[in-house]
Design a binder for this molecule. Structure first.
Ligand SMILES: [Zn+2]
Length: 477
């Protein structure tokens, strides 16, 4: 019998706010334990939470990007559990009435585009971090109370590859809109995955297994592949698949049972009495919608259309908003041919400088207007290719106006054919040896003369035109 996987993801994303979800403690990593804490996030009795408006805004913006319906009357609940990472013994979360409902993400699969539906997005506070040492464990409340958005997908995902494509798509959007850094190493984006299998054609979902709290895409991929194979083996051996929570062991490369349904939590949710509902009006939602940037996929298509650049280039450019913004600021108003040259220069030489220096293009001294001027000079023939390559590192490092520099240093290209012909003749007259080589069939000797003329012109000749003249003159020599 053939089986298929049904996979759903619950993805926790740390929101990029300055302060915590219900208090004004700052959010900062790399601090000594328990320095960014107060009675609210330490759960002192009687301390009252105050909603972080920015967290609500970022969650709603995410919902708008994902095509969710925004709930204008969202309420919070207490999720009760006893564990050292939550001092007040309950987490404030949205159970019954989350901020965003529905929506979804389109992903690319080998069989074509596929839509992964989202059930809802809710807002909650993160728990503290438990650190384990040789003989003891410690609780660090710096992270306690961090605003988390949980994006819950429908079980529309059918493979480990699709799960990763879904997460990549989410990450790209959320980083683009500045909602989260989605830094996986720092645990900014963690997922619980649910997976079950069923016979192809069967409508009912199989018994699901949950794997908790994974923060690397490679770990999620490996855990899903492992679990899909394990469940098939269970069926093959006529063993029941147990509904349970399993843990991914990244060293043994297998999942292991943590707890079964019998002792699963009953959180006894009830409405949080210390918070009023979040009431949103249309005007506020529209104002937040206006803050959303154009999404990478749309931007790609538009850049191909508008600047005539290759699809691949548009894709690479749009991956980093800062790069795409810089390119577009420089390309504005250029014809398609020049815009294409600009794109080549940006993707090649400018990116090489970024890699070499470790400076992002926005942190360099190069301004979009200067890059535009440089490409325009080259495109009109006013300067040649070698001059562009010579000036670029200087503009990147110190800035400046290319037109002024070219004028001041006399770097304008020599395109006067008569002058170039004279230089070619001069080089031929001075080098009888290579001329003889050329006549004897050593065609590469022509390159020697191009080099000589470049020297004579102090690098300002157009090597292409010189090459043509050299060929013509050598044939006549
Ligand atoms: Zn606090």
């Amino acid at each position: 019998m053939e089986f298929e996987n049904t996979i759903g993801l619950e993805t926790h994303v740390q929101l990029k706010t300055k302060t915590k979800m219900f208090c004004s403690c700052r959010l900062k990593t790399g601090c000594e334990p328990n320095v960014n804490v107060c009675p609210v996030c330490l759960g002192y009795p009687g301390a009252l939470p105050v909603m972080n408006r920015e967290a609500v805004k970022l969650t709603v913006m995410s919902g708008l990007m994902l095509g969710c319906e925004i709930n204008c009357h969202a309420t919070f609940d207490r999720k009760n559990y006893f564990y050292p990472d939550m001092a007040k013994d309950y987490q404030i979360s949205e159970n019954g009435s989350p901020l965003c409902i529905g929506g979804g993400v389109e992903i690319a699969t080998p069989k074509g585009p596929k839509f992964i539906r989202i059930n809802h997005i809710h807002l909650e506070e993160d728990a503290a971090k438990i650190n384990h040492y040789a003989a003891t464990s410690g609780v660090d409340f710096n992270r306690g109370g961090t605003p988390l958005m949980e994006i819950v997908s429908e079980p529309d995902i059918s493979s480990a590859d699709e799960a990763i494509a879904y997460l990549e798509a989410l990450k790209e959007m959320l980083v683009y809109a500045g909602v989260s850094d989605c830094n996986l190493e720092e645990g900014n984006m963690r997922s619980d995955v649910n997976i079950s299998i069923r016979a192809v054609g069967e409508k009912k979902l199989g018994t699901k297994v949950e794997i908790k709290n994974m923060n690397s895409f490679s770990g999620i991929h490996a855990a899903l592949e492992y679990e899909a194979a394990r469940q098939r083996q269970c069926v093959a051996r006529s063993e029941p698949i147990v509904q349970e929570t399993r843990r991914w062991d990244s060293e043994a490369l297998e999942t292991a049972s943590m707890r079964t349904k019998e002792n699963a939590h009953d959180y006894r949710y009830f409405p949080e009495p210390d918070l009023v509902p979040v009431e949103l009006d249309e005007a506020t939602i529209e104002a937040w919608r206006a803050l959303l940037p154009e999404m990478p996929e749309k931007r790609r298509a538009r850049m191909v259309e508008e600047y005539g650049i290759a699809e691949y280039d548009a894709e690479v450019l749009s991956q980093h908003k800062a790069n795409a913004d810089f390119f577009e600021a420089a390309a504005k108003g250029l014809d398609k041919k020049t815009a294409k040259q600009l794109c080549n220069l940006f993707m090649g030489d400018v990116m090489a400088l970024v890699n070499e220096t470790g400076r992002a293009v926005g942190d360099s001294a190069l301004k979009p207007e200067a890059l535009k001027a440089l490409v325009s000079l080259a495109s009109s023939g006013a300067i040649n290719g070698p001059t562009v390559k010579e000036l670029l590192p200087e503009l990147f490092d110190k800035g400046g106006d290319p037109e002024a520099i070219v004028k001041e240093r006399g770097l304008g290209a020599v395109s006067d054919t008569a002058a170039l012909e004279a230089m070619v003749d001069q080089a031929i007259a001075a080098n009888p040896g290579p001329v003889q080589d050329f006549k004897n069939g050593k065609k590469a000797a022509a390159g020697f003369f191009v080099g000589q003329v470049m020297k004579l012109s102090k690098g300002k000749a157009d090597p292409k035109i010189v090459g043509q003249i050299v060929q013509r003159r050598l044939a006549q020599a």
